[in-house]
Design a protein around this ligand. Structure first.
Ligand code: CA
Length: 229
């Protein structure tokens, strides 16, 4: 549930706003002083803040500025005077919207919803998607380091995963065992190229339907391996 903080010293107005927002499904908290409001805004996590301008303790200009230094939450500023709105804009405090008193509660709710939707779109757009490789029935999620074959998840060791991913990212390229060993195992590690053969065998057992007729990792006799696409 989205959480809203109302910083407003006029109790009747704050209560009315709270009632309407709660009816619209929001969780609401009220602070009646600017300084207390700032504290709460920085201490808890809110999805939107409705901030009155004239407040005891600390005025809305200062509260807005301080919240902005620390938080990216949308701030909807409320003022009784049109002049103040111009001042807020002029100061570049980082408020996202302004609403002048008196306003109808439904107008407030509409504004709040519009901001939430916009904010969620922005935040959502910033989310990174996982890096996925899909080749026929094989799906590799590089970010989560998970592998599926035909929709069924298979467990891979770290080196098996690295080797499979490396080959799948460089399809149709023949790599010698020496090259693969140097690439996947760090050169100082004790081991030999037979390690590569063992790992290829294990990977095939997980991803191939028939290991004697591999569909994905092909053996190029006398040379090495190739991921076929
Ligand atoms: Ca006030």
């Amino acid at each position: 549930m989205s959480k809203i903080l109302i910083i407003e010293d006029e109790v009747a107005i704050a209560d009315l706003e709270k009632d309407y927002l709660e009816l619209s499904g929001f969780e609401v908290k009220i602070e009646n002083r600017g300084d207390k409001g700032l504290q709460t805004a920085l201490k808890e996590q809110f999805d939107l803040i409705i901030l009155d301008l004239m407040l005891p303790g600390m005025d809305g200009f200062e509260v807005c500025k301080r919240i902005r230094e620390d938080r990216n939450v949308p701030i909807l500023m409320v003022s009784a005077k049109k002049d103040d709105i111009d001042k807020i804009r002029g100061l570049g405090l980082g408020a996202d919207d302004y609403i002048t008193k008196p306003f109808s509660p439904s107008e407030l709710v509409a504004r709040v919803k519009a901001h939430m939707a916009r904010y969620e779109r922005l935040v959502g757009a910033g989310q990174k998607t996982n890096d996925i490789i899909e080749i026929r029935d094989l799906k590799i999620d590089k970010t989560a380091r998970r592998v599926w074959i035909n929709g069924e998840e298979k467990n891979f060791t770290t080196k098996e995963f690295d080797l499979l991913t490396f080959l799948a990212e460089n399809p149709n390229h023949v790599f010698s065992k020496e090259e693969l060993f140097a690439k996947i195992w760090n050169m100082e590690s004790v081991g030999d190229i037979a390690t590569v053969t063992v790992h290829i065998k294990k990977i095939r057992e997980k991803i191939e339907y028939n290991t004697s007729k591999p569909q994905y990792i092909e053996t190029i006799w006398g040379v090495g391996y190739r991921f076929k696409i």
